[in-house]
Design a protein around this ligand. Sequence first.
Ligand code: NAD
Length: 480
Amino acid sequence: MAAEIRPYWRNFIGGEWLDSSDGRSIPIVDPGNGKVISRVACGGAVEIDLAVAAARRCFQERRLQSLTPAARGELMFAIAGELETLADEIAELEIHDNGKTRAAGYNEVKLTQRYLRYYGGMADKLEGRQIPLGDNAVDYTIRMPYGVSAQIVPWNGPLPVGARSIACALVTGNTVVLKSPEDSPLSLFVLAEACERAGVPKGAVNIVCGYGPEAGAALVAHKDIDHIVFTGSVATGKSVLRAAAERVIPCVMELGGKSAAIAYADADLDNAARNIARGILHHAGQICSAASRLVAHRSIVGPLVEKLKAEAARRTVGPGAEGCDMGPVISERQLQRIETLCEVGVTEGATLATGGKRLARDGFFLPPTIFTDVRPDMRVAQEEFFGPVLVVIPFDTPEEAIAIANGTDYGLAAGVFTRDLKLALWTADRLVAGQVYVNDWWVGGVETPFGGTRRSGYGREKGQEALLGYVQTKNVGIKL
Ligand code: NAD
């Protein structure tokens, strides 16, 4: 039987579950039918203040730092274990709060557990070094936590995105105030519950839901935070960076993308179509690293687009609760934004090969959409849809393919489809992107570093690299 969705949720601050100080709450809308299914206490500047104070106290009292690294790692394993018993509730929330399919909902739990166990396992492996200075001195380095880490996550994958930042922060001895996304906040409160049950020290993890321009802005401008991890859009990222600059706070920025898959003339077309379709249609395209541009050799555009249309047609579009393959986008606002950009594409002269119009049913559903005859300078080739929309741009030479693929402000992910390994490596070398996939999309995961270049941001999440974003080096020199 499907788990019940609780009607009301509170913020998690200093180990307590608190209502909003002014009594406000945010309605939670199921994107699968447009109905309000729950409410969450709306955090504002007061809640952010309380949460930062709790996190600061926890840090000052060294409640995490006094634990051995191994014990901090054990805490991550314990949270992962608690999530096992909460998996059914989380999967249900992912369907109704977020619009995921049931399989994707359970996958989010597994992925979150993987992050917690991966970073839990690394807790006791992050070491400093000893620097030889001759007979009369001893010198060594320490990896210090920053202090209070302010974390802001978007609505498309709040649980694993939040958990990986929380895990990195806690195993390195930082404490956390996380602003949960107002469009899809609930699974992170279940994570908070798992932290509580696992015995995470009070104040080490604080989760507040509130509106971005209010609670988010209050958090990043707070005088008592030491570090920011932001995942979201470039526009918001810039305002976060402005706030960080005021106090010279280090940031990890995971921003948007317009990632290109280059398909050469010799590509295995079935494999390319399967992976590019998965790359753009998973979670209805609401993934920062979605395969949102196909840059295809002119000789294969026709057959590859036919195969992509067949992939699109194979998918049922509808609510996860009905067992459909592709769910809705998060909100009416987001659906309108995507539809408007689709209209721009038509006006610009691109050909709508399939999709482009919302489904005539309740909820926020756009079917898989493909634009052909797209020129690299069109807005649909430059701007992020953050929806299930693929644009197809033809090329004639490998140099042209590279220029098109690198020809946006972004630089998050990219892909290459070819049977020629030398050409694949030549291409991977020249693509400006944080990660490049060859003959697949999303190779790797928890253990492979992930992040952007250019306007897609900087710093890395996932993999061993991520931990380095949560520590700073202190050098200790001793004169003997
Ligand atoms: P968004 O930037 O609107 O919101 C992201 C978060 O920032 C939300 O929690 C929001 O409440 C908060 N926020 C909004 N205004 C704020 C402000 N003034 N100060 C502080 N916080 C504020 O993004 P979105 O629409 O929720 O998410 C989609 C975007 O996120 C896309 O551009 C997508 O590519 C990007 N994204 C990137 C990654 C990545 O890892 N690179 C992952 C997921 C999503």
